[in-house]
Design a protein around this ligand. Structure first.
Ligand SMILES: Cc1cc2nc3c(=O)[nH]c(=O)nc-3n(C[C@H](O)[C@H](O)[C@H](O)COP(=O)(O)O)c2cc1C
Length: 456
């Protein structure tokens, strides 16, 4: 049975020892430290019940693979197939009448004061308090197709925020299109919903796909949506809290710095102003936070399974002998991809490298191995790199392609985004096609050889 709302998911996390309540008071500027402590220990999600505001604040709900499996109601063995099945079987959403649970309380006009929400400042040099796990729902102004994606929001005043939307992400594209069409963009930030919606945000699909149909497929039941109070955007009916806003593309305010998913601060730059038109929420809402920064954080875990499924789906049709895909949370997820395949002809791994580099994930590192290498095992991949690769023959570098988001290593990272280019590297760590190669020396049968002394 899919989760009906965020609360049901939190109850399961609690039951499984993956979420604990903290009732003593915590200052919002200390939340980042507490969460980092839990990340390092691979510990539970934390619900702070006394932040000096009227709402509890929960963080870490996606912080590791165990919690991701609970979100998908899957096991390590079933997760990949379950996600692929969901993506292949989309289910359209249904719209319900207002008011929905997420609109039990409506705050509008002068009553809006976002500073009353428990929004932490996470890293010491952040530009201020940031909403980091918010799911933005926006529409393509031309086609009306809805998109959901995570975008960060810096709080600037009671009803004012600035935000970052990369031009190659769909919210960014929708904004630019609306600007060109002379339309004022309207959207909503959703906090606290079925965790599947959060993972759906990270699935890479063409701009023509209605993301709610993917969320429906992944949860195996339609998502219930309701129209916002001050605009026509449809949001999940049982969300904890919704911030409705409009964007003035020509009114630029400073956004940043923020300790980013790369593990580095991105500097402050001018970005469009977002003005809040309403905040709606459930009675006794639970607010959500998320500490991003030096990997591994829940930001990286959120992306990992959807990115692996997206790369697999994008490449499998053309390269049917691809067996497995791993993207590395420790390398910022999209920057480092390992793919296993059985090459059908000489040069095919190089084709896969080029296709992966050109995919929407846009990795900086692509490594191709054969299926005897476990793509998720760093030591096996390093073994292949050490003894199956001749760098002069097997490494290719592609230059002058668009830079990955917020990559601090590019030349002049402060250039305007559309001007930022970078290079990518591909390593063919498969054995030379059709040529003899030394035999693998291993000790078969060790699994079945009884060694009770080692059973602990
Ligand atoms: C927690 C989190 C925060 C993110 N914040 C931003 C952001 O502020 N701006 C941005 O452009 N991408 C951000 N991303 C990346 C996009 O959400 C992601 O690439 C997504 O696939 C974009 O989806 P869309 O193109 O369908 O909107 C974030 C990702 C995560 C997991």
């Amino acid at each position: 049975m899919p989760y009906q709302d965020f609360r049901e998911f939190l109850a399961v996390l609690r039951e499984e020892g993956e979420l604990i309540d903290i009732d003593r008071h915590i200052a919002l500027e200390d939340v980042g430290k507490a969460m980092k402590h839990s990340y390092i220990k691979q510990g539970p999600a934390l619900q702070f019940n006394d932040t000096g505001t009227t709402m509890p604040l929960v963080l870490g709900c996606y912080a590791d693979r165990r919690k991701a499996l609970l979100a998908f109601e899957a096991t390590p063995e079933t997760i990949f197939a379950k996600v692929l099945h969901g993506l292949d079987n989309p289910i359209p959403p249904v719209t319900i009448d207002r008011p929905a649970p997420c609109q039990e309380v409506v705050i509008r006009d002068n009553a809006v004061d976002v500073s009353k929400l428990p929004i932490p400042k996470y890293s010491p040099k952040d530009g201020g308090p940031y909403i980091t796990p918010g799911i933005v729902v926006s529409h393509d102004p031309e086609t009306g197709v809805p998109d959901i994606g995570h975008y960060r929001f810096l709080i600037l005043g009671p009803n004012t925020m600035s935000f970052s939307a990369q031009p190659f992400h769909r919210f960014g594209k929708n904004l630019l299109k609306a600007q060109a069409m002379g339309i004022k963009p309207r959207a909503a930030v959703v906090i606290g919903c079925d965790p599947i919606h959060a993972y759906t945000c990270q699935v890479q699909v063409p701009d023509t796909v209605n993301d709610w149909t993917l969320a429906g497929g992944l949860r195996g039941a339609p998502v219930e949506l309701v129209k916002c109070i001050t605009n026509d955007v449809l949001v999940p009916a049982t969300a904890e809290l919704v911030i409705e806003f409009e964007v003035d593309m020509d009114d630029l305010v400073m956004e940043g710095p923020l300790g980013e998913y790369t593990g580095y601060y991105t500097p402050a730059t001018p970005k469009p102003r977002a003005t809040i038109t309403a905040i709606t929420h459930r009675i006794n809402p639970i607010f959500q936070g998320l500490l991003t920064g030096k990997p591994v954080t829940e930001n990286h875990i959120l992306k990992q399974i959807p990115f692996e499924a997206s790369v697999w789906k994008a490449l499998k049709a053309q390269y049917p002998t691809i067996q497995n895909v791993s993207v590395r949370a420790s390398a910022g997820v999209s920057f480092y991809v390992v793919i296993s395949m059985t090459p059908r002809f000489a040069g095919e791994p190089r084709q896969v490298i080029l296709s992966a580099i050109a995919s929407n994930i846009r990795p900086k590192w692509v490594i191709i191995v054969e299926p005897d290498i476990d793509v998720h095992s760093s030591s096996e991949v390093e073994w292949a790199m050490a003894f199956r690769v001749q760098p002069q023959r097997d490494v290719m570098i592609v230059g002058d392609i668009p830079a990955g988001p917020s990559d601090p290593s590019i030349d002049e990272p402060s250039r305007p985004r559309p001007m930022r280019t970078a290079s990518a590297i591909g390593i063919d760590a498969t054995r030379p096609f059709g040529k003899p190669f030394s035999e693998v020396a291993d000790v078969p049968g060790w699994e079945d050889f009884p060694m009770p002394e080692l059973d602990r």
